[in-house]
Design a protein around this ligand. Sequence first.
Ligand SMILES: [Zn+2]
Length: 194
Amino acid sequence: MSYEIHALPPEILEQARSSADGPAHARSVATGGEPLRCCLRDARAGEELLLFTYEPPLPPSPYREVGAVFAHAVPCAGPQRAADAEPDRTANAGPEQAADAESDRTADSGPDRTADSEPDRTAGGGYPDAWRGRPQVLRAYDARGWIHPSTRVHDGSDPDGALAAVFADPDVVQVHSRNVAYGCFMFVATRSSR
Ligand SMILES: [Zn+2]
């Protein structure tokens, strides 16, 4: 993986969930399909939603902007990564070793172990499966927080390739994925630290 996808930070979600409703903060019940920036998937009908104003992280620059994002109105599990669904803790460890897999995983940080690491909601993960096939704007930014010319639209059929193409320019330090027509912020992609 050459990049990591980041959902909204927990502290942002906590703040929004504890805020009183107002002109920039609205609760609703999902009709289904609202894109959840906490869990990186579309809402299911009946889920309680919060729509609020968010400023995606950028260095101070003329290109900073705020916009509307949906999240669950109550604390949620966050993005469900492939690693969550298919832990392979038993693949290379006997039963007695699986019991203390927690400490084992800390000690062994080899590249083949990253797939079964404990989910870290702030560390980032792979492309959200639920949003493959969804067209997006990939808004690239340089270290100053200015929009970079690598910015482009992709049709969602190969999001990994599209992100790799944007990050191919070394001046790109982060990418904000945004919806095509509404322009709303979806998530941040950064270069992988692994
Ligand atoms: Zn959520």
